[in-house]
Design a protein around this ligand. Structure first.
Ligand SMILES: NC(=O)c1ccc[n+]([C@@H]2O[C@H](COP(=O)([O-])OP(=O)(O)OC[C@H]3O[C@@H](n4cnc5c(N)ncnc54)[C@H](OP(=O)(O)O)[C@@H]3O)[C@@H](O)[C@H]2O)c1
Length: 246
């Protein structure tokens, strides 16, 4: 049975890799793929052009409610239900030691990484609820850097990797801790509907965001692992915390 998927933040990096993996692995699925500026999303547009109508590019900016409303209306023209929603878009602002992170950067980063996912989850949960597919999933790209349990270990790893005595991604990591809380609250709320809500760690991935970080893995490897995890999702694992694509 062909599935209808939505990938938010799909014009570059891991999101583009997720679209490529879905097209390759699930050759009959439809993929709605969002970009803030579709006209500039050349690679995604090229994938859509070759997809026989299976990849549909939609404008969506997670910090702009009007754009989210327009995207839901656009998608509703061709489907009333989505089987899989991946909220992948994110940003790392104010890269510096935590005491240097300005309130403005932190606030903007929270808007993109936490309030943004909340806006789009609110908008697309009704589509997931209307799906009759036996397997539905809402996955949000988080980061192991947002895990409280791993915070000390990641602090040590980051310092070792950068050679600095601080973690330059501290503010960003705090936004991912916050989104993990949001994901769990949505998960508890949607448990009764049989919709698993999962926080995904994509690994340290060679994208614009992780430029220059030693040990970053190729996008395709992360995307393949990400889709494999959500394809074979064991809902009992979700309460254990963030699931890793690697
Ligand atoms: N790379 C890593 O090692 C790593 C590790 C852990 C977690 N992550 C997470 O993985 C996700 C993807 O990151 P990436 O590494 O692929 O980074 P990236 O190459 O910088 O791509 C970020 C993506 O998010 C989109 N985005 C940014 N702000 C948005 C907004 N307001 N609304 C909708 N989309 C928005 C970007 O669109 P534009 O092109 O329009 O800016 C782009 O498509 C992020 O959530 C990130 O936090 C990455």
């Amino acid at each position: 049975m062909p599935r209808a998927n939505l990938v938010i933040g799909a014009n570059r990096g891991i999101g583009l890799g997720l679209v490529e993996e879905l097209v390759k692995k699930h050759s009959t699925d439809v993929v709605y793929a969002t970009a803030r500026v579709p006209a500039e999303a050349k690679e995604l547009q090229e994938i859509a052009r070759k997809s026989d109508g299976r990849v549909i590019v939609v404008q969506l900016d997670m910090v702009d409610q009007a754009s989210i409303d327009a995207a839901t209306a656009e998608i509703a023209k061709s489907t009333e239900a989505l089987d899989e929603v991946i909220v992948n878009g994110g940003a790392a602002l104010g890269i510096s030691a935590i005491e240097e992170v300005s309130a403005e950067d932190f606030s903007r980063n929270l808007d993109i990484n936490v309030v943004g996912p909340h806006r789009v989850i609110k908008a697309f949960v009704p589509f997931l609820k209307r799906s009759k597919a036996p397997r539905r999933v809402l996955a949000i790209t988080s980061s192991a850097g947002g895990s409280l349990g791993f915070a000390d270990q990641i602090w040590d790893m980051t310092k070792a990797a950068t050679g600095q005595d601080f973690s330059p991604a501290a503010g960003y990591f705090a936004t991912k801790t916050a989104v993990n809380g949001l994901i769990r609250q949505w998960g508890l709320r949607l448990e009764g509907d049989g919709i698993p809500v999962v926080a995904m760690h994509p690994g340290l991935v060679d994208t614009d965001m992780a430029k220059g970080m030693p040990g970053a893995i190729p996008i395709a490897e992360s995307a393949a692992g990400f889709i494999a995890v959500i394809d074979e999702l064991d809902p009992s694992k979700i309460k254990e915390g963030i699931l890793s694509a690697t």
